[in-house]
Design a binder for this molecule. Structure first.
Ligand code: KG4
Ligand code: ZN
Length: 355
């Protein structure tokens, strides 16, 4: 079974062909970072236009490189949301058109499910597993119970971790995207020079918050009389250490819940762009080792947004008979676990009643 996957939900235009033996047959990607760099963040209109301009060419180039044609595919998967709606529409319309012409199934993939299932492409692990999904748009702890079955243990109540990296990098004048530049700059810095807060650390539940940390960086900057490159490096290091500390604390909490609620679970998986961060990886490795869990971090190029994960999620869905109608409407918001907020509300109500 060969699936074409299309990803256009943010600032990467990507197409990939993957088969059900877990082989990546072809892949092409256009990074739009340069287009958005002058604005310090992704501009939805610019992104959508660039997707429209390049997606057909990228699909063709991917096929050409692997000696494939549209006659070889058994289905077309595209990110159906959540994401920047203009871009999602471009990907979904392209996929539907190909599916209609070739008379093969169209599969709308939740972008987060793409990230969540990548570990099964790279490591062939069984369900259930605990997933820390940390990207520019999302920061969640999820139990991946099966294809289409996710149990959210925690989410951010304000910014996503990657978003915090991006905003702090802008404040420090380091450019965009923030994660890689902060990580590089932090190597020259002393994380102990500035004492930044660790929001939510030690709190009940597994939720995250990063806006207070971001504000603390801004206030620290405002209080300084002289800002040298060393000051910037020290602040970058302190910020990275604080984010890592919070992510590890919340993940440790989730591991405890996972252990009791899903006793068959054996693995901790990290995914999303922030999973590229080496300090975070190092600490997650230690946490998993201490908890006797297998730690899985897919290769970096499959942690950040890509079309391989969308094609693979298409394989996972199609082989159990899940596909979508051509009436599918792109969804700017699309929670992986729609019952999560309901559950969180009722559990905080229970806590309130028992107080
Ligand atoms: O998964 P992704 O490519 O796109 C989204 O779906 O958001 O993640 C991009 C995010 C950006 O916020 C970027 O700053 C962050 O991942 N990122 C990193 C690193 N590399 C990318 N954050 C921390 N350290 C890194 N090395
Ligand atoms: Zn993503």
């Amino acid at each position: 079974m060969i699936l074409l996957g299309i990803e256009t939900s943010c600032d990467e235009t990507a197409a990939a062909f993957v088969d059900d033996t877990r082989r990546i047959l072809a892949e092409r990607m256009l990074l739009q970072a340069e287009l958005h760099q002058p604005f310090g963040g992704v501009v939805p209109e610019i992104a959508a236009r660039a997707h429209l301009q390049h997606i057909d060419r990228l699909i063709k180039a991917a096929m050409g490189g692997a000696d494939l044609s549209l006659a070889d595919i058994d289905g077309v998967a595209a990110t159906g949301g959540p994401g920047l709606i203009g871009g999602v529409i471009v990907g979904v319309m392209t996929a539907k058109a190909i599916a209609a012409v070739r008379n093969v199934p169209f599969i709308a993939i939740n972008h987060l499910e793409g990230h969540a299932l990548t570990a099964r492409l790279t490591h062939d692990i069984p369900f259930p597993y605990l997933l820390l999904l940390v990207s520019g748009g999302h920061c969640q702890l999820l139990v991946t119970e099966g294809v289409g079955r996710y149990h959210r243990l925690g989410t951010t109540i304000d910014d996503a971790a990657g978003e915090a990296f991006d905003k702090v990098a802008k404040m420090l004048g380091l450019g965009y995207p923030g994660g890689p530049v902060i990580e590089k700059c932090a190597r020259k810095g002393d994380p102990r020079r500035f004492n930044l807060p660790r929001p939510m650390k030690g709190r009940a539940g597994c939720n995250f918050s990063f806006s207070g940390l971001k504000t603390a960086v801004r206030q620290t900057l405002q209080r300084l009389d002289i800002i040298t490159p060393q000051t910037i490096a020290d602040l970058a290091a302190a910020f990275q250490a604080a984010v890592t500390d919070v992510l590890i604390d919340r993940t440790r909490k989730a591991v405890k819940i996972f252990r009791t609620g899903w006793p068959d679970g054996r693995a901790l998986v990290v995914s999303g762009g922030v999973a590229a961060n080496l300090l975070l990886r190092e600490h997650l490795t230690m946490l998993a080792r201490a908890e006797d869990l297998l730690f899985i971090a897919p290769p970096l190029r499959l942690c950040t947004d890509n079309a391989v994960m969308i094609a693979w999620a298409g394989v996972e869905r199609l082989r159990i008979g899940f596909y979508d109608s051509l009436d599918f409407k792109p969804r700017p918001r699309w929670p992986l676990d729609p019952l999560a907020s309901q559950r969180e509300k009722s559990s905080s109500l229970d806590a309130f009643k028992s107080e």
